[in-house]
Design a protein around this ligand. Sequence first.
Ligand code: NDP
Length: 479
Amino acid sequence: MEKLQNFINGKYCDPIEGKYIDNYEPASGQVYSSIPDSGAQDVTLAVAAAEKAFPIWSKMSVQDRSGVLIRLSEGIAERMDEFVAAESKDNGKPLALAGHVDIPRAVSNFHFFATAILHYASESHNMEGVGVNYTLRKPLGIVGCISPWNLPLYLFSWKIAPALAAGNCVIAKPSEVTPYTAYLLGKVAKDAGMPDGVLNILHGQGGNVGDAIVKHPKIKAISFTGGTSTGEYIARTAAPMFKKLSLELGGKNPNIIYADCDFKEMMSTTLRSSFANQGQICLCGSRIFIERSIYDTFKEEFVRRVEATVVGHPNNSESKLGAIVSKQHMEKVLSYVELAKKEGGTVLTGGERAIVEGYEEGYYMRPTVIEGLPFDCRTNQEEIFGPVVTITPFDSEEEVLMMANSTQYGLSATLWTSDLKRAHRMADQLHAGIVWVNAWLVRDLRTPFGGVKASGVGREGGWEALRFFTEPKNVFIKY
Ligand code: NDP
C-alpha cells in the first residue's frame, strides 16, 4: 500500500512522530493508501525551511518567479492523466469531471497568477507642490493555505498560486480526505525549479496539523476554504494574533426560476447546478424556487431527468454522479433526508444509497429531490453539501427574495429570467457574493470570488487575491 509523505524544504519526508492515517477510495470503500498524521513539530520544520527560502523567493525578479509558476502549470498539464486519475480515485468524482474541470482549472490557476503578477502595479498619488506618495506592495512572508476535499487540487492551487506569485512562502494543508494530488504537486514544483522551502505541503488532520498552522506565530496570514464552523474556530484563534484572514465558507444557494426563462437551457443547467460533483460544490443551488405558473411542468421534467441520471463508478464514462467523498459524509447527507421527511417534506425521487454492482461498499447515493418544505425549516436553512435539492413554488418577487435571503449564508445565487429589468433589480437585492443570471458556475479568474454573511470574509481571484497576499506600504517623498 502506498505511503504518502510530507513535502518540506524541497524533499519528501515522513512525519516526525511517524504516525499515519488511512486514506479511503470512496468508489470502493476500501483503504488504498496512508497519509502522514502530521503535527506541530512538522509545522515548525516547514516554517524554518520557509523562513530560509523567503529572502530568495521574494527578491527573485518577478519574471523569474513567474517563469517558475508557468513551468509548474505546464508540469501539471504534462502529467494530466496521472493527476486526473488520482483526483477521481481520491475523491470519488467522475473521471470525466476531474479531466474537464478540476485538473485543467489547477493548470489555469497557476498560469493565471504567474502572468497576473507581471501586471500587478502599485498606485502613486501626487500632491501638487508638496510631494508624492507611492504604494509598495510587499509579500507578507510565510502564509498558511488550508483547503477542503470537494475540489481538491482546484481549490488548493487557487490559494497557493497567488500566494507564491506575490512572493510569499507557503505552508499548505490539503484535506486529509483528499491528499493525493497535493502530494503529487511537490515533485512538479521541484521539477519546475521552485527553490527548496518555498512551497511546503503537510498532510494530516485539521484539528492537529491544521490547527498548528493557524496557531504558528510566524505564519502571517491564513487563507482557508471549508465549513463555516471550522472558519469560525480559525477566526477566533487567528484574530488575536493579528493574522490576515481570508475565509471562504459554506453556502445554501438559491436557484430562482421564472416562467419567462429559456426552459431548455435552464433545465440542463439546473441539473448540473444541483448535482455536479455529487452536489458537493459550495456553489451548488440546493434551494430551487420556481414561479408557480410553471411549478408542475418544472417538477415533472426535472424529476424525470434526475431519475435518468446515471450514478456509477467514477471510471465509467456513463456516470454523471460518482461516489460521495466519505462514508461519514454520506451518512450525514442521508440523515438530512430523514430530517426533511420529519419536517413534512415529500421525497419525489432518490433519498437513498445507490448500489453499484461490483462496488457494493462504495459511497453512492441517488440524486434527491424534495418538495413541500417551508423555506425556514432546517433542511432549507442548513448546508447539506450533497446530491439533495428542495423545490418550492413562489408567487411574487418580494416573496422569493425574502425566502432566498433568509439563510445565514450568502455565497452565490442563480436567477433564470429573460426580463432584463428584473434581472438587474434582483441581482442588486440578493444577499450573495456572486449572482449568475441565466447561467451557473461561469468563472472568470479576474473577478472577485467569495461570500457575504456566514459564507465568508474577504475575496479571492484576480487583484483581490494578490492584494490579500501582500501588505501595502505608503511612502511619501517631499518635493
Ligand atoms: P472543513 O471545514 O471540515 O475542512 C476544511 C479544511 O480545514 C480541511 O483541510 C480540514 O482538515 C481543515 N481543518 C479542519 N479543522 C481545522 C482546524 N481546527 N484548524 C485548521 N484546519 C482545520 O470542510 P470540508 O473539508 O468538510 O469541506 C466542505 C466545506 O467547505 C463546505 O462547508 C463547503 O461549503 C465549503 N466550501 C466552501 C467554498 C467556498 O469557496 N466558499 C468552496 C468549497 C467548499 P481535515 O480534512 O483533516 O478535516
